[in-house]
Structure formats: structure tokens, C-alpha cells
Design a protein around this ligand. Structure first.
Ligand SMILES: Cc1cc2nc3c(=O)[nH]c(=O)nc-3n(C[C@H](O)[C@H](O)[C@H](O)COP(=O)(O)OP(=O)(O)OC[C@H]3O[C@@H](n4cnc5c(N)ncnc54)[C@H](O)[C@@H]3O)c2cc1C
Length: 372
């Protein structure tokens, strides 16, 4: 059995784990373990690929802080490393059923100084005549990014810094060896090895609750109960030559079925996601039925009636980890002050805007790692 020593162990090769690895590896030894055959096979490659502005979240939340900081870092990163992306802007459409919520988002945008403008019906009629709605908010700094290009660059930069990535490597247990040292048991096919590290960051996405609950460390009390929401995506040609993302007003558990433009293909529109509660993490168990297609068409026709003129095709599904709460569903970052384990961090409930936020989350956690 091999024993490997390092400063920091990152668990999970999604976009958050990779962003962490890139950040941490600047001045520390680190290893990332990922249970799948390749990186970003789960939530990180099954989303809308949108760089969010930050208008949706209460000002004092992690989501607000990390989204606004993360957006700036992400645009800078894309420009520096030539990652396919586009600051398209986003149009949010309100109607009589959700007008109060619409104006609360306008207020939020003002409070947080997010660049925006209200457009009149006349302005819309002359520029985007195919849109239906009562109120229109133009949010200028939303955009789209090619997640695969982004993750490949994070991987490359981390490896250049000396970080090591171990695929098909599942963390199955952790014991605390001393106050400042952890021993993690990692399984690969039929073998296993040990990683001794001074710090562990769990960025295990949808698996966080089950994984943490199964460890000897007795961290369960700090976790929030969670549930999973599957979102389906369809695609179609960009028949309206849209240049902006088009969003309805958000619903309780999702941002609503929206239209985005693929970052590396302006001729393709991506439609989705819906939000259906599921009991397990199984991407094959999706429901691209005629009923689902009809429900997509009726959601979208409320703001683009001509959707009925084009054929839409099933594309992919993603699953969001959602925290059970009656209040706002924020990201959870569980750290030493909660559980008393030094340099151990658990990231839970990293749903949207986790992609936008990943570089800011990585900086936040890295700044808190204190190897003495
Ligand atoms: C439908 C949908 C739409 C979204 N749209 C957007 C959007 O437009 N913009 C935005 O900013 N965000 C969006 N998000 C959110 C964003 O995709 C996520 O917040 C982000 O991808 C989370 O990344 P992650 O690294 O935390 O998780 P994941 O990508 O799930 O990565 C976790 C990794 O941990 C690995 N792992 C788990 N357990 C173990 C173990 N024991 N050992 C080793 N490895 C393990 C898993 O295999 C997985 O690869 C969306 C999410 C969904 C589902």
C-alpha cells in the first residue's frame, strides 16, 4: 500500500475542486482525487454555462459575495487565457404574474450596483419584436463561457504549479492522525492508497452529504439536509439570431426555463433547465418525453411565441444539490469554527451560481488554509 504526503487534499474534480487546486497549488503541495474516469463529468459540465451577474441573491449571502467577485475574476481569466466566452448581457422578462418579484430584482441590482437598465415596451418592439412581456430588464454583464476550455486551463495551470490529479480515485474514509494531520483512504479499482495531508477540502458536489456522513469524523451534525433537482435541456438553431440571453423571472427552486447561446457556437440555442425532484444521481434516468417537450414549449412561448415554429431536440440533463430550508438556499462552507477540525473545509449545496463563483470560492478557502 502506497502512502503519499502532501499539504492539501482536494476531494472532487468538478469546477470548484479544479479552481481550488489552481489556487492552492500556487504556494502549496496538493493532490486532487476524483472518483470518475475524467474531470467535470457531473454538475460542472451539465449546466447553462452562464456567467451570472449576481442580481438574484440577498446582499449578505455567500452566493452574492462569490458570484459578484467570481464574475469579475472569471472574465479576467477568460481574457488572459483566451477561453471562449462572451459578455452577451441578459434580458429578464416580467409579466403580470410575477411583477413584484421582477421589481425586487431591479431593486437588488441597484443596491448592489450591478449594471442594468429597464427597457420600455417600445424599445423592445423596435429591437426584439418577437418578445412578449410586460417589463424588461437589461443586465449588461451576464455572459456565457465554454466550461470545458475553462476546466482544461485550470488543470494545466495546476499541473504546471506541481499539483497532482488522481482520476478513478475515490476517497472512502478519513481519520485524524494528529491535530494537524489527516489520513485519507483512497480506492482505485481493486487497490487502495493513503494520502497524509495537513488540510482537506471537500468539493464533492452532489455526493457531499453521503460522503461526509459515511466518514469516521462525525461531521454529520454540521451538514444541512439536502435534495436533488434534475434539469433537462433541449437545443435548437438560433432562429431569431439572438445575441442576448433571455430569462423569465425565477421560480422557487430554479431560475426558470431560459434561452442561452452556446459560448462557442452562436448558431445554437440551449433551452432549459426545468426542475424535477429526483431521489438518486442517475443521469440516464431522464424523462425526455412528449409531455416534457410540450411543457418546455409552453414555458417559453409565454415570452417567445414563435418557439412553436422551430423543432427542439433533447440535449442533456444536470442535477442541482439543494439545501432544505424555508429561507434562502445559500452555499454552505463548513470550516473549523463550526467543527473544530483544523484546515478542513466542506463545501455543500454549491448549486447555481457555482460555476460563476468558483474562482472566488477558491480564493476564500485558500486564504483560510493555515499550515502554520
Ligand atoms: C441544471 C444546472 C444549471 C446550472 N447553471 C449554472 C449557470 O448557468 N451558471 C453557474 O454559475 N452555475 C450553474 N450551475 C451550478 C454549477 O454547475 C455548479 O455549482 C458547479 O458545477 C458545482 O461544481 P462542483 O465542483 O461543486 O461539483 P461537481 O461538478 O458535481 O463536482 C464534484 C466532483 O466530486 C467528485 N466526487 C464526489 N465524491 C467523491 C469521492 N468520494 N472521491 C473523489 N471524488 C468525488 C464527483 O465525481 C464530481 O466530479 C448549474 C447547475 C445545474 C445542475
Amino acid at each position: 500500500m502506497d502512502i503519499i504526503e502532501t499539504d492539501v487534499l482536494v476531494v472532487g474534480g468538478g469546477i470548484v475542486g479544479l479552481a481550488l487546486l489552481k489556487e492552492v497549488s500556487k504556494d502549496k503541495n496538493c493532490i486532487l482525487v476524483e472518483k470518475n474516469h475524467s474531470l467535470i463529468e457531473e454538475t460542472s459540465s451539465r449546466n447553462s454555462g452562464v456567467i451570472h451577474s449576481g442580481i438574484y441573491y440577498p446582499e449578505d449571502s455567500y452566493k452574492s459575495k462569490f458570484c459578484i467577485e467570481g464574475k469579475k475574476l472569471l472574465y479576467k481569466f477568460c481574457e488572459k487565457y483566451d477561453i471562449s466566452h462572451k459578455k452577451t448581457g441578459k434580458l429578464l422578462i416580467g409579466n403580470k404574474d410575477n411583477i413584484q418579484k421582477f421589481f425586487s430584482l431591479v431593486e437588488n441590482a441597484s443596491d448592489m450596483e450591478i449594471e442594468h437598465e429597464l427597457l420600455s415596451k417600445q424599445q423592445i418592439a423596435s429591437t426584439l419584436p418577437f418578445l412578449e412581456g410586460q417589463e424588461f430588464l437589461n443586465i449588461k454583464d451576464s455572459g456565457v463561457i465554454d466550461v470545458h476550455e475553462f476546466s482544461s486551463k485550470l488543470e494545466l495551470l495546476s499541473e504546471r504549479n506541481g499539483a497532482y490529479i488522481s482520476l478513478q480515485s475515490s476517497l472512502v474514509n478519513v481519520t485524524q492522525y494528529s491535530d494537524t494531520l489527516y489520513e485519507s483512504e483512497i480506492h482505485t479499482n481493486n487497490e487502495y492508497f493513503i494520502i497524509k495531508s495537513k488540510s482537506i477540502v471537500f468539493a464533492a458536489g452532489l455526493h457531499t452529504h453521503a460522503l461526509i456522513s459515511s466518514l469516521n469524523l462525525r461531521l454529520n451534525d454540521h451538514l444541512k439536509e439536502n435534495f436533488f433537482l434534475m434539469g433537462h435541456y433541449y437545443k435548437t438553431k438560433n432562429w431569431l439570431n439572438l445575441k442576448k440571453l433571455i430569462y423569465p423571472v425565477p421560480e422557487k427552486n430554479s431560475l426558470g426555463v431560459h434561452l442561452t447561446i452556446a459560448a462557442n457556437d452562436p448558431n445554437t440555442l440551449i433551452l432549459g433547465p426545468d426542475a424535477i425532484e429526483v431521489n438518486s444521481i442517475n443521469y440516464q434516468n431522464n424523462f425526455f418525453s412528449e409531455e416534457l417537450k410540450e411543457s418546455f414549449l409552453s414555458s417559453i412561448e409565454k415570452y417567445i411565441p414563435s418557439i412553436r415554429k422551430v423543432e427542439i431536440f433533447p440535449d442533456y440533463v444536470g442535477i442541482r444539490p439543494k439545501i432544505h430550508t424555508t429561507g434562502f438556499q445559500d452555499f454552505q462552507i463548513i470550516e473549523q469554527k463550526a467543527h473544530n477540525y483544523k484546515n478542513l473545509f466542506i463545501l455543500q449545496g454549491i448549486d447555481s451560481p457555482g460555476l460563476t463563483s468558483c474562482l472566488a470560492i477558491a480564493q476564500y478557502v485558500n486564504n483560510k488554509i493555515d499550515l502554520g
